[in-house]
Design a binder for this molecule. Structure first.
Ligand SMILES: Nc1ncnc2c1ncn2[C@@H]1O[C@H](COP(=O)(O)OP(=O)(O)OP(=O)(O)O)[C@@H](O)[C@H]1O
Ligand SMILES: O=C(O)C1=C[C@@H](O)[C@@H](O)[C@H](O)C1
Ligand SMILES: [Mg+2]
Length: 213
């Protein structure tokens, strides 16, 4: 009997990292390079809840936010085929981390100095709660191992433009053997039983030809 199950769609890349590492802004540049849509889990949550993240934290509490965040991300991992940027704390959830094991995940980093510039005066991130760089540093220290655990490649965004960071992501994916899968969708979807990191199915035909630059 013919299998009529439609192929599973999946994000070309999922971006994780600490607050202000550039998941949203670098993600936008990367999506533009590949000619695909950027979706940001924080934005999906705000749309769905009809109120800002700071309101959700204040009235429903962080756990309610995390539950909604998990639901949104698991849904997008199954259905969205552009670049997916996650909220900074998304990796705290074990089910989300488990789901990410099956995806191409770019872990973004930023040094403290540049993180400090980027979050200065910010009031939209409730977990910083006015604590500024000191709080950012503590939270990053707590989560660093989780970003490393889920990341297929790691890219530092401290220097240069968001476009330069997008270029470094593409270079890192080429280096690791995932660029074709990420930029063309050519050999995807991979069978879910084959973890992306353990078996880069396109490592044998790595090429920069036809790649976005
Ligand atoms: N080279 C760069 N790479 C990334 N971000 C940069 C860069 N230069 C400046 N920025 C600025 O840093 C700020 C933080 O970036 P962004 O909001 O994309 O981070 P984020 O990782 O999505 O943070 P959050 O976890 O809070 O969603 C933005 O205002 C962005 O324009
Ligand atoms: O690091 C965090 O815990 C957060 C980061 C943001 O992206 C938002 O998801 C929210 O403000 C929480
Ligand atoms: Mg963001």
């Amino acid at each position: 009997m013919t299998d009529v199950t439609p192929p599973r769609r999946r994000p070309r890349a999922v971006l994780v990292g600490p607050m202000a590492s550039g998941k949203t802004s670098v993600g936008r540049s990367l999506a533009a390079r590949w000619g695909v849509e950027l979706r940001d889990s924080d934005h999906v949550i705000v749309e769905r809840a009809g109120r800002p993240i700071s309101d959700i934290f204040a009235s429903d509490g962080e756990q309610a936010f995390r539950d909604l965040e998990r639901e949104v991300i698991l849904g997008e991992l199954e259905s969205f085929d552009g670049v997916l940027a996650l909220g900074g704390g998304a990796v705290l959830d074990p089910l989300t981390r488990e789901a990410l094991a099956d995806h191409i995940v770019v872990s973004l980093t930023v040094d403290e100095r540049n993180a400090g510039f980027r979050i200065r005066g910010d009031t939209s991130r409730p977990v910083l709660a006015g604590g500024g760089l000191e709080t950012w540093r503590r939270i990053y220290a707590e989560r660093r191992h989780l970003y490393a655990e889920v990341g297929t490649v790691e890219v530092d965004t401290s220097r240069g433009t968001t476009g330069a960071s997008a270029t470094r992501i593409i270079e890192a994916l080429i280096e690791a053997g995932y660029e074709r899968a990420a930029s063309t969708g050519g050999k995807r979807p991979l069978p879910s039983s084959v973890p992306v990191r353990a078996a880069p199915s396109d490592a044998s035909d790595r090429t920069t030809s036809g790649s976005p630059t």
